[in-house]
Write a protein that binds this ligand. Structure first.
Ligand SMILES: Cc1ncc(COP(=O)(O)O)c(C=O)c1O
Length: 393
């Protein structure tokens, strides 16, 4: 048996991918499993984007690219972000990465020292903790409360002793797992709280285009040049253009940091797949109606879930999501009645009712489950029928 490094000794696979994998295994055994666990649109990548990749391959765009990505794509990202997100970006301030995930990973590797702390408003996306720890640092969770609509309320953190070696904070809006969108006023307060503590801000904005009922996205870096100087903005084409498997994302930050992140990428992945970069450039040029059509479908499904959840009011509470494609359901009442943990709930739900969901514990919040509605109307209907039979029987 080879001896594993202490760096990876405690490393676990991503919880969302794990549940999806078990669901896929049951499916392969012939079980009719409905997975509400995955964090990706169920649509195919639009044809125009696929065609751009095929053409790129035919034109011989199949070789190494600059490690920070093709200039044409970085220019496109800079132009698009400057226009849509309202802060000025130069191509030299952009690195193209293997999804937003690797942008976050590279940024953390470049920004923290051994035993530093990174603040993470929690519940939070599953991978932040692992990435922070792989960089040698530690997570300092900042609690978010359902009573506050899962919005960051800095007054709640007043009595907490934030470690003096806290270097940064990760902000994620629209949020996974809660679906909550931080509005401009809340964001301004939160950001000034962070800057008073001299923290950098890692702004994970991957769900920026998936918004409902007139909710608007405010990029952290758009709050002014002083804020932008302390911010690393991360996003990708994954969720916006149904391109999760293509692995194209980006980070936007000051040139010296981008240069270091590129050096690190050049020593690890070399570059993002050449023709996937061409496809992403095409995606970013598509009219907004492509996104609007997808968002309309998600909104319809969200509303359907809201309707079906009415039956569960005795055992389930939640904050109405305004973005992304998740419900974060508080099932505490049901669990305490059954003396079960959220993990046990998810396992039983999968094995008995063949419905996949992710336990809240994976997001740092026990007694909750995350339900994704990025699946067909028919699947949602059948999943709710089964959930009713499972929870309300
Ligand atoms: C909050 C959040 N950040 C980042 C990512 C990673 O996205 P990408 O596919 O661009 O790597 C995800 C994917 O689920 C996510 O939910």
């Amino acid at each position: 048996m080879l001896k594993l490094s202490s760096r990876v000794n405690h490393l676990k696979p991503s919880a969302t991918l794990e549940i999806s994998a078990r669901a896929a295994q049951l499916q392969a055994e012939g079980k009719d499993v409905i997975s509400l666990a995955a964090g990706e649109p169920d649509f195919n990548t639009p044809d125009t984007i696929q065609a751009a990749a095929t053409e790129a391959m035919a034109r011989g765009i199949t070789r190494y690219t600059p490690s920070s990505g093709f200039l044409s794509l970085r220019e496109m990202i800079a132009e698009k972000v400057s226009a849509d997100n309202h802060f000025p970006v130069k191509p030299s301030e952009v690195i193209v990465t293997c999804g937003a995930k690797h942008a976050l990973y590279l940024a953390l590797q470049c920004l923290v020292e051994e035993n530093d702390f990174v603040l993470v408003p929690t519940p939070a996306w599953v991978s932040y903790q692992a990435m922070i720890e792989l960089a040698g640092a530690k997570v300092f969770p900042l609690p978010l409360f359902e009573e506050d609509g899962f919005c960051a309320n800095v007054d709640r953190w007043k009595g907490m002793s934030i470690p003096s070696n806290a270097r940064g904070i990760i902000l994620n809006s629209p949020n996974n797992p809660t679906g909550v969108v931080t509005d401009r006023k809340q964001l301004t307060r939160l950001v000034s709280w962070a800057l008073q503590r001299n923290l950098w801000i890692l702004a994970d904005e991957v769900y920026e285009k998936i918004l409902y009922e007139g909710a608007t996205h405010t990029s952290v870096a758009s709050l002014g040049p002083e804020v932008a100087a302390h911010t690393i903005t991360v996003s990708s084409v994954s969720k916006t253009y149904a391109m999760t498997g293509w692995r194209v994302g980006w980070a936007i930050a000051s040139e010296p940091l981008i240069k270091k992140m590129s050096a690190l990428a050049s020593q690890s992945t070399s570059n993002v797949t050449s023709f996937a970069q061409v496809a992403a450039t095409t995606a970013l040029k598509l009219p907004h109606s492509y996104i609007d059509d997808m968002v309309k479908i998600f909104e319809r499904r969200r509303n359907y879930c809201l309707e079906r959840l009415q039956k569960f009011t005795n055992v389930v509470t939640f904050v109405k999501p305004q973005g992304a494609f998740y419900f974060f359901l508080n099932i505490n009442k049901w669990l305490s009645d059954k003396k079960m943990s959220d993990l046990e709930f998810c396992k039983l739900l999968l094995e008995e009712a063949h419905v996949g969901m992710v336990p809240g514990a994976a997001f740092g919040q026990t007694n909750y489950v995350r339900m994704s509605y990025a699946t067909s109307d028919d699947n949602l209907k059948r999943a709710f029928d089964r959930l009713e039979a499972f929870m309300l029987k």
